[in-house]
Ligand binder design. Sequence first.
Ligand SMILES: Nc1ncnc2c1ncn2[C@@H]1O[C@H](COP(=O)(O)OP(=O)(O)O)[C@@H](O)[C@H]1O
Ligand SMILES: [Mg+2]
Length: 257
Amino acid sequence: MTAYEIRGVSKTYAGRRRRVEALDNFNLTINEHERWGIVGESGSGKTTLLKILAGLIAPTTGTVSVLGETLDRGDRVAMAHLRRSVQMVFQDPRSSLDPRLRVADIISEPLRSPLAKPQTGPVAARVAEVLDAVGLPEAVGRAYPHELSGGQRQRVALARALAPRPRILLADEPVSALDVSHRAHVLNLLNDLVRSMGLTLVMVTHDLGVVRHTCDQVGVLRGGRLVESGRTVTVMTHPGDSYTAELLRARPHVRAA
Ligand SMILES: Nc1ncnc2c1ncn2[C@@H]1O[C@H](COP(=O)(O)OP(=O)(O)O)[C@@H](O)[C@H]1O
Ligand SMILES: [Mg+2]
């Protein structure tokens, strides 16, 4: 099954002084269980792309279908399906986690939504299960986000995303806001969980090293355009576009052997 069919997607923001074309005729097919990394510099349109895939904003033109259904923000039933199957981890857990809620309530929120899949067991049991899956002790459930380290907060964000058993995980620079000391750990965790759960992953990042580690497919985004896409090993060893080659030269240690 196809996770995403993205056809001719463009997004123009009407800025105060000028229009910004954040995405320009973006096309990509993402099959289920693939792990995609979309790499691009700051301002290349990465967050815009993920917000469109999550149904948070609508493209200016073009169409997206998710797991065979056309994404239409006006269609409540289709959006309910989307929220069941697609979850997102945001860049900065300080702003994505509600500071007034305890961790257990943050994690269980997507489970209590009227749009959520009916739970097979008690919500508390699922919270304990996902806390364990991300390597946090159950006691963390009673803590508030500010009592945790950045790495722990991002693990809570991951637990929250996984709690409703999504089929697709979207991740926006999931480790770039963390201290360097926490990055490898959170990335390994994400990697292990996505693989063991057989999820489809769409992760955007400015860091080719992150993609090489986690993703079997890569797309290169430049100024809102997808300049290259394909298997990670192929793109990294034989870049087909001069811009990709430039990115690889800037990060020579990520080049595949
Ligand atoms: N809400 C918005 N209004 C106006 N311009 C925006 C908005 N969001 C993003 N942009 C602009 O769109 C472009 C792409 O932004 P973004 O998708 O956030 O890129 P990235 O995540 O790769 O840094 C940038 O030029 C950015 O300034
Ligand atoms: Mg961004």
